[in-house]
Write a protein that binds this ligand. Structure first.
Ligand SMILES: [Zn+2]
Ligand SMILES: [Zn+2]
Length: 398
């Protein structure tokens, strides 16, 4: 059981109790001290007393039933800026005890004045804070012509937009440097924008430029931003996302510790599970999806590519598992199709291996052959059958 701190800002309705008393709970107050049996009284959205409390005539009494009672949790890396407009009850969050979310992650998120205005008029069941997203700002300035470095004048325009977002209440700048359009920015562009956020008292939070092949360079880029701009910098969902990097966690911790010891205000967070969660596109930093050598290297990274039937079936399962995990929330994400198409591209390039397989990948074959032969109707029919299979599988998994 969690105390929900958000919502209910309006005047108390006639006859409503003056306070709420939660009794018989195990209070975990967030200070680090052990859980203790206590009652909690709340009045006007505030905790006014904690301890052994006696119900008064004005109390609405809730029996905690011996469950844990804690302040609401803060999800510091949330993607629920999508969907909150239509699901203001925010069940996925509040049912986990999350009462504050931080959105605008990975370079997404802009026009916070409008976002906060909407939330003021129609509040959601959670408190919302946001970063200003580099990718969204870059998109505003470069539009479709994003696959290049920005000019000095364009960087200035981005800085102006960012300064306005900071004014509107952004926590700082977030980047998604593995994604379009952020991947095409130079380190100098990112440094300059982060400086604008820092000058307004903001932080820098980054999905860094590489979590696999160029991981150490990407980490250096972030540390340099913290050192040169003297601002807090944060590595989002830090990971060693490649077999070659596995086993180097102590080197990673040492690197972070050294930077902190040298005065860089550096933090990082990590997923509470052992899978990578992104889209397959980030595995192609050069966006060369049709490059066979690149795809072979990627296949080798995902699974042993010895060509025998068992490893290929396993590869198929791994790609599918990866796709399931790609979606931040399988129910909410509309991105499934994109990931699916990318996994198909991989399969398309591996078609000569697929030839050896039997029933396990028959649907892939139908689809791939339809794509190869330019038969759009057959491809769509095969894809719909397969997507249907995906949804069934997700239902089973959950
Ligand atoms: Zn994210
Ligand atoms: Zn990310």
């Amino acid at each position: 059981m969690t105390l929900l701190a958000a919502g209910g800002r309006g005047p108390a309705s006639v006859g409503a109790p003056a306070s709420t008393l939660i009794r018989n709970a195990r209070v975990i107050d967030g200070s680090g001290s052990a859980a203790r049996a206590a009652d909690v009284r709340i009045a006007d959205d505030r905790i006014v007393a904690v301890g052994r409390l006696t119900p008064g005539p004005a109390d609405r009494v809730i029996d905690g039933g011996g469950l844990a009672l804690a302040p609401g949790f803060i999800d510091t890396h949330s993607h629920h800026d999508r969907g909150l407009d239509t699901a203001r009850e925010a069940t996925a969050m509040v049912s986990q005890g999350v009462t504050t979310i931080v959105v605008g992650q990975d370079g997404g998120g802009i026009d916070l004045a409008a976002l906060f205005g909407r939330l003021e008029r129609q509040p959601a069941a959670v408190n919302v804070a946001s970063y200003a997203g580099h990718g969204a700002i870059r998109d505003r300035v470069l539009g479709k012509d994003f696959a290049r470095a920005a000019t000095a004048e364009e960087i200035q325009r981005m800085q102006t937009l960012l300064a306005a977002e900071m004014e509107a209440g952004a926590l700082g700048l977030s980047t998604g440097l593995e994604y379009d359009p952020g991947i095409y920015s130079t380190p100098a562009e990112v440094l300059a924008l982060a400086k604008t956020a820092g000058a307004a008292g903001g932080r820098y939070a980054s999905h860094i430029r590489s979590e696999d092949r160029w991981f150490w360079d990407a980490l250096d880029e972030l540390i340099a931003i913290g050192r040169q701009n003297r601002m807090p910098v944060h590595v989002s969902h830090i990971k060693l996302g490649m077999h070659d990097l596995w086993g180097q966690a102590s080197k990673l911790i040492d690197t972070l510790d050294r930077a902190r010891a040298a005065g860089v205000q550096l933090t990082a967070d990590i997923y509470p599970y052992t899978y990578w969660q992104s889209n397959l596109g980030v595995l192609y930093p050069k966006r060369n999806f049709a490059d066979r050598a690149e795809t072979e290297a990627l296949l080798a990274e995902l699974a042993e590519a010895d060509g025998d039937e068992r490893s290929l079936i396993e590869l198929d399962q791994r790609i599918h598992r990866h796709v399931y995990r790609c979606t931040h929330n399988p129910f909410l994400s509309a991105a499934l199709g994109e990931h699916y198409l990318l996994s198909l591209r991989i399969w398309f390039l591996a078609l000569d291996r697929v030839e050896q397989l039997g029933d396990a990948v028959r649907e892939h074959r139908e689809l791939l052959e339809a794509i190869r032969d330019g038969d759009g109707d057959a491809a769509e029919a095969a894809m719909l059958r397969h997507v249907d299979g995906f949804e069934q599988a997700i239902r089973v998994v959950l």
